[in-house]
Structure formats: structure tokens, C-alpha cells
Design a protein around this ligand. Structure first.
Ligand code: CU
Length: 153
């Protein structure tokens, strides 16, 4: 019993010594999540979203979704006249600057699709960060050719 009381006192003491600003949990907002519709034969697909770090810079370390065996973070790089995708281990999210994942740039790769992604459907996607708690967002499936180059009008 005495141990419990001492432990509680220690916890209280610790909590009181943390300045309010640092005690706040870091947060990364995930918005505008969408994916391209796939054909029934497709084994992979792309998902896109916008990340915004609140308070402190962070990094995306992994992602997962029940619709795919594996989810990777990809970047698109130009190799001569060919655009290639390659995996990135971490995706930095600076403070005060939205990171927009879009076709032809950074994206989330759904590998080993367990089902066809049909336009109008949605599925959950969980993003894991280095500091902020994980975020599960709802990804809306749009037309196969949607969002060619982001915000072109
Ligand atoms: Cu990719």
C-alpha cells in the first residue's frame, strides 16, 4: 500500500514538473484522403492525402490498411524520360506547411490489394507517426484517372 502511495506521489510530481506546452501531445492532421479506383486485375493501387503537423515537426513511419497486404510510402522520381516510383522509409512533415500526396509525386502505395477499389467506396487507412499518435482516416475511392496533376483547373 505504501508503495502505491509513493508511486502516485512520484507521478503527480512528474506531471507537475512538465511545462504545459511540452505536455501537449503532438498532432498530425490527415485530410482529403482519396484513392484511385482499380480494375479487378490490379494488385496495387495509389492513395493520396494531405498531412499537416501541429506544434512540432514529425515524420510518417508507416501506414496500413485492411484492403492491402502491405502499405508503402512512395516517391516518384524522373529517370530520363521515365517516371519511376521508389519506396521512402520516412516521410517528413514540417510544421506550418501542408504535405500534399498526389499522383506523380509522393503517394501511399497499397500493395497486394485484397479487393477491387470501386469508385464511391471508402476504406480505412492508418498512418503511424514518429511522435504523434496514429491516425486512421477514411479514404474515398475516386475515378481511375482522377487528380492527374493535383490542382490543375
Ligand atoms: Cu507507388
Amino acid at each position: 500500500m505504501r508503495h502505491v502511495v509513493l508511486a502516485a506521489a512520484a507521478l503527480l510530481g512528474l506531471a507537475a514538473s512538465i511545462p504545459p506546452a511540452l505536455a501537449q501531445t503532438p498532432v498530425v492532421e490527415v485530410t482529403e484522403a482519396w484513392a484511385r479506383a482499380t480494375t479487378s486485375a490490379a494488385r496495387s493501387g495509389g492513395a493520396f492525402l494531405t498531412l499537416k503537423a501541429i506544434g512540432a515537426a514529425d515524420r510518417v513511419v508507416s501506414a496500413s490498411s485492411p484492403v492491402a497486404e502491405k502499405v508503402e510510402l512512395h516517391e516518384t522520381v524522373r529517370d530520363g524520360n521515365v517516371m519511376r516510383m521508389r519506396e521512402v522509409q520516412h516521410l517528413p512533415v514540417p510544421v506550418g506547411q501542408a504535405v500534399v500526396l498526389q499522383p506523380g509525386g509522393l503517394h501511399i502505395m497499397l500493395i497486394g490489394l485484397k479487393k477491387q477499389l470501386n469508385r464511391g467506396e471508402s476504406f480505412p487507412l492508418t498512418i503511424t507517426f514518429e511522435k504523434a499518435p496514429p491516425v486512421t482516416t477514411t479514404v474515398t475511392v475516386q475515378a481511375a484517372g482522377a487528380g492527374g496533376m493535383g490542382h490543375r483547373h
